[in-house]
Design a protein around this ligand. Structure first.
Ligand SMILES: NC(=O)C1=CN([C@@H]2O[C@H](COP(=O)(O)OP(=O)(O)OC[C@H]3O[C@@H](n4cnc5c(N)ncnc54)[C@H](OP(=O)(O)O)[C@@H]3O)[C@@H](O)[C@H]2O)C=CC1
Ligand SMILES: CC(=O)N[C@@H](CCC(=O)OP(=O)(O)O)C(=O)O
Length: 349
């Protein structure tokens, strides 16, 4: 009998779910016991995803909580926001560990969730149980927990870029401006007008300016670190590429800190965490340099002339922004090496 952890994936036919499969099949401590679909139960997953032919042989299972609990120890819910609100409490009540990839359990306040997501919030009993899984920042809080809420893709790139400087009190958080760009896979596999080829190709488009649902998530974490309320100006833009997020952060520096100072500060902050790589002076990261990997790469340009700092942070939205960080969180939850099953170098070129 296998001593591996048995995991099930709900939403396995979405981009986050399929990416979980890509990594988990190589994870030495995990066995995928069920790939679940609410719309295609009974069908081999390779019918819809021929790249999985002969790799994942089981048919898709339906969403049946008792069946999942009979087979699995832990469930990844890679389901749309609103769906996780309903599903996760049932999985937790059935005694399963859960790592949820949606936005439904990231915000502590149900009222804030409803104001930004425009959907009913989960009950506070379950919101309270969720531990926010920004892996590098909250690693110690994740050990041994049963329910992790995985961060959003934009918040992951943005927060990893800001937190060390904020914690060191080197920046004035009242001046934070974040200019973020994402590839189209960030909006999931379902078709929509914005992700239609003719709308997206050779186009560069801002959306949800000052209204994006990731704003309160970023402000919640930064507020915790600063010990007071933090607000950010946050602009999201769609770029005609499949994967990748670049978060460009502008903020006023407190004191005369050089690029070298910042490189030292960030390298020290992330020294125990293999997936954040800090670039050398004058070297700024590009999305292609993290493509298909769990890395977050960060570079700096401190400007003595303006007194402002520019921070550039890149991730692959589907990996570090979703499935990869979820597996990193599984490793931290279980007390395994943080990089287990994730040791892939980026696809290049
Ligand atoms: N794409 C990204 O870069 C990121 C995504 N996320 C979040 O992760 C989650 C998954 O995203 P993503 O994979 O991109 O989304 P997709 O739209 O690609 O996939 C979501 C999947 O959820 C399943 N689903 C829909 N309704 C239900 C339901 N009622 N019960 C069970 N399953 C359902 C669908 O599969 P089926 O019909 O087969 O059940 C669908 O394939 C979302 O909450 C998203 O916001 C977070 C960070 C980054
Ligand atoms: C490019 C693109 O459309 N990205 C999506 C990211 C959605 C997402 O990941 O949503 P939650 O994290 O809130 O679940 C968006 O901007 O809404």
């Amino acid at each position: 009998m296998s001593s591996k952890l048995k995991v099930a994936i709900v939403g396995s036919t979405g981009y986050g779910g399929v990416e979980l499969i890509r990594f988990l099949v190589h994870h030495p401590q995990v066995e995928i016991v069920s790939v679940i679909s609410s719309s295609s139960a009974g069908v081999p997953i390779s019918d819809g995803f021929p790249h999985l032919t002969d790799i994942v042989v089981q048919d898709l299972d339906g969403v049946d909580i008792h069946e999942i609990a009979a087979k699995a120890d832990l469930v990844f819910t890679a389901t749309p926001s609103g769906v996780s609100t309903q599903l996760v409490p049932q999985l937790l009540d059935a005694g399963l560990k859960v790592i949820d990839l949606s936005g439904d359990f990231r915000l502590r306040s149900g009222e804030t969730y409803e104001a930004w997501y425009k959907k009913p919030a989960a009950s506070s009993e379950y919101l309270k149980q969720a531990v926010y899984g920004l892996s590098e920042v909250y690693a110690e809080k994740l050990a041994g927990v049963s329910f992790i809420s995985n961060p959003g893709c934009y918040p992951t790139a943005t927060l990893l870029g800001i937190i060390p400087a904020l914690q060191a009190d080197w920046i004035d958080h009242r001046t934070l401006i974040v200019d973020a760009k994402s590839g189209v896979s960030g909006s999931g596999r379902g078709t929509s007008l914005v992700s239609h080829y003719a709308e997206m190709n050779e186009n560069f488009k801002a959306y949800k300016v000052n209204k994006h649902q990731h704003i309160p998530e970023i402000e919640q974490v930064l507020g915790d670190i600063a010990g007071e309320d933090v607000t950010v100006t946050f602009t999201t833009q769609l770029v005609p590429m499949t994967r990748g997020i670049m978060s460009t952060i502008y903020v006023t520096l407190k004191g005369d800190h050089t690029d070298q100072d910042l490189i030292g500060l960030y390298r020290d902050y992330y020294k125990d965490h293999p997936f954040v790589r800090v670039r050398g002076e004058g070297v700024w990261p590009a999305t292609k340099e993290v493509f298909g990997s769990n890395y977050c790469d960060i570079g700096f340009a401190a400007d003595a002339r303006t007194g402002r700092l520019t921070i550039i942070s890149v991730i692959d939205n589907v990996v570090k922004g979703a499935a990869g960080q979820a597996i990193q969180n599984l490793n931290l939850m279980m007390g395994w090496e943080e990089n287990l099953g994730l040791g892939f170098i980026p696809v290049y070129p």
